[in-house]
Design a protein around this ligand. Structure first.
Ligand SMILES: [Zn+2]
Length: 594
């Protein structure tokens, strides 16, 4: 972030050549590995565009499709499956690699370029598709299909520049993080605002992948790991889908780690430095909310892995690491398809009674990684920042690294069902997008439900196209409510019950309420004139000694209130039946279990 701000400031202060503005990065660590043998020879007619440019460049959307079309024309194993369209009109497509035959096989869905500047997955996938189609790796398809999305954020991919990713070592021209609507697809899984995400969720529901890989590149502090990955369930922690989490932790993690090590890479866990200026302080390992691919997939019962190559490693090394990871993932999906299917079935059949909807920092480190593969660094005084800054030295070190984890913060007991009124069609449409089951009322229904009033609402800073809502509290109370025709009852006892809870429980930090999908409840309507409320208030004071004591206490405690006639009358208005009784009332009801 600091580097980005610096560039903007320089650019606006005085025109400068691009050369002067390239961000100086820490030294690289020299690398060679067995995976280098995967790179095609210069004269190879099937050399991919990135290989042909020695991984200095990555092909455009059109050039990527051009290479894929050529491969598809040359191989009966490949075909293109369009699944949507971007706001700027680009086709979203996947390439399916499959052997002919009627038997349904488990599918590996590998997604490149959700953040399109982080494009390693695309160029790794082109090489792997070539090697499957034409170079003898078709045995990978004996027991599994590969569904490969080269560029998920296709519009962002074409907002290409040499200045999009200052912390990243290649390719030279990179795509942009957000979509043409300036939305971050890896914050959009649950709320699904974008056509791209609606399309991807449609693809996930159609394909039901045995494994879903989300391929990224991470910035952050320097370390030796060139490829890192993470999933809920790592070290047995944080998984809402425990059977899936166990398979990922006990089968996937060791197999992929070993394959990467054999190929000469340095795999590690995807972690986040607690303090970028003091890397020794520790790293974070935590649960992801369902705005992210991993948090979403965990609630949707989809085995999913977040892959993050390290931005300071050269592009060639990162692409090769991604290739090895995707190849090994495909081999594993083929070899363990039945076990993965059993884990998915177990988690889909489970009917949890509670859900941890938010987490907080654990008071002390969970454990220490004794042999964390770090990089030596020193600090120096920066004239620009005015304080100490870190300078990485490109020399491997081994350090003990504390891992800071999380503990449950808010745990909700799930109701038997949620009731969403027909007056919120956009919420019902979103339930449908996600494939959440519900019944639709053919007749109005009146019933007594647990309903929630938002206490002390606060609007946050604009975030991902929304102005999020937080609150001092959520007040639950029984209430009789009539739901019109077209309202829906969403049972919690269904495979996606936890996902429904994350969307509909008001305490969930990624709920649609928290994203402020119900801004209408924040506005009070109707009012009462002073000539009507003043005599009514006087009568209330005279008739109710308890109310009088409350009012007097308020006058004592709040001189500003005492001096404000409208505020005083408003205080009484709130306590009359004329007051807008739906003000701050969350319209989704909770049907409690008997
Ligand atoms: Zn990313």
């Amino acid at each position: 972030m600091r580097l980005i701000l610096t560039l903007v400031a320089l650019a606006s202060a005085a025109p400068a050549s691009a050369q002067n503005l390239s961000a100086p990065l820490p030294p690289t660590i020299l690398w060679h590995g067995a995976s280098e043998r995967l790179v095609a020879a210069p004269a190879d007619p099937w050399i991919t565009p990135a290989e042909a440019r020695n991984f200095d460049e990555t092909p455009s959307y059109a050039a990527t499709r051009g290479y894929i079309d050529r491969l598809v024309a040359a191989s009966p194993l490949l075909r293109i499956e369009p699944f949507g369209r971007t706001p700027q009109g680009r086709e979203l497509y996947a390439v399916r690699a499959a052997k002919p035959g009627s038997r349904a096989k488990p599918v590996l869905l590998a997604q490149g370029g959700i953040h399109s500047g982080e494009i390693d997955g695309k160029d790794a996938g082109l090489m792997l598709l070539r090697d499957i189609a034409l170079r003898g790796k078709d045995r990978l398809l004996d027991n599994a299909d590969l569904l490969f999305v080269p560029i998920f954020n296709a519009d962002g991919h074409e907002r290409a520049s040499a200045f999009n990713r200052p912390n990243q070592r290649g390719p030279r021209i990179q795509g942009w993080r957000t979509t043409a609507q300036n939305l971050n697809l890896n914050r959009d899984y649950l709320k699904a605002d974008t056509p791209e995400m609606k399309a991807m969720i449609g693809l996930l529901r159609k394909v039901r992948p045995a494994l879903y890989l989300d391929l990224h590149v991470t910035d952050g502090t320097d370390y030796q790991y060139d490829i890192t990955f993470m999933f809920p369930g790592w070290d047995g922690r944080y998984a809402h889908s425990p059977a899936i989490g166990r398979w990922l932790d006990r089968s996937y993690r060791p197999a992929v780690t070993a394959a990467l090590a054999r190929a000469g890479h340095v795999p590690g866990p995807y972690v986040d430095a607690v303090d970028g200026r003091d890397p020794a302080k520790g790293v974070r390992l935590g649960a992801d909310q369902p705005r992210y691919s991993t948090g979403y997939a965990d609630l949707a019962r989809i085995p999913s892995v977040l892959v993050e190559t390290h931005s300071l490693k050269p592009y060639r090394q990162r692409v090769l690491g991604t290739y090895v990871l995707v190849e090994e993932s495909l081999r594993l999906v083929g070899a363990e398809g039945a076990r993965i299917a059993a884990a998915i079935a177990a988690d889909r059949a489970s009917r949890p009674r509670t859900e941890i909807v938010s987490w907080k920092a654990a008071p002390k480190p969970l454990f220490v990684i004794p042999d964390f593969k770090g990089v030596a660094y020193e600090t120096y005084k920066s004239a620009a920042s005015g304080g100490p800054e870190v300078r990485f030295l490109g020399r491997p070190i081994v350090q003990g690294m504390p891992v800071l984890g999380q503990i449950p913060d808010t745990v909700v007991t799930l109701p038997a069902a949620w009731w969403v009124p027909a007056t919120k069609p956009e919420i019902i449409a979103l339930l449908r997008v996600h494939g959440i089951a519900f019944e639709t009322l053919a007749q109005p229904r009146t019933l007594t439900l647990d309903m929630v009033r938002v206490a002390g609402p606060k609007l946050g800073a604009a975030n991902e196209g929304h102005v999020p809502l937080s609150a001092e509290g959520y007040i639950h109370a029984r209430r009789q409510e009539t739901f019109p025709i077209g309202s829906v009852r969403v049972p919690s006892g269904q495979p996606l019950g936890l996902l429904a809870a994350a969307m509909l429980e008001p305490e969930s930090p990624d709920s649609l309420l928290a994203w402020n999908f119900y801004p209408e409840i924040l506005q009070r309507t109707e009012y009462i004139e002073g000539y009507a409320i003043a005599p009514l208030a006087d009568r209330m004071l005279a008739a109710d000694p308890k109310l009088r004591r409350e009012f007097e206490a308020k006058l004592q405690a709040d001189p500003k209130f005492a001096a404000d006639p409208d505020a005083r009358l408003g205080w009484f208005y709130e306590r009359t039946p004329y007051y807008d009784e739906r003000f701050l009332l969350y319209p989704v009801g909770r049907e409690l279990k008997r």
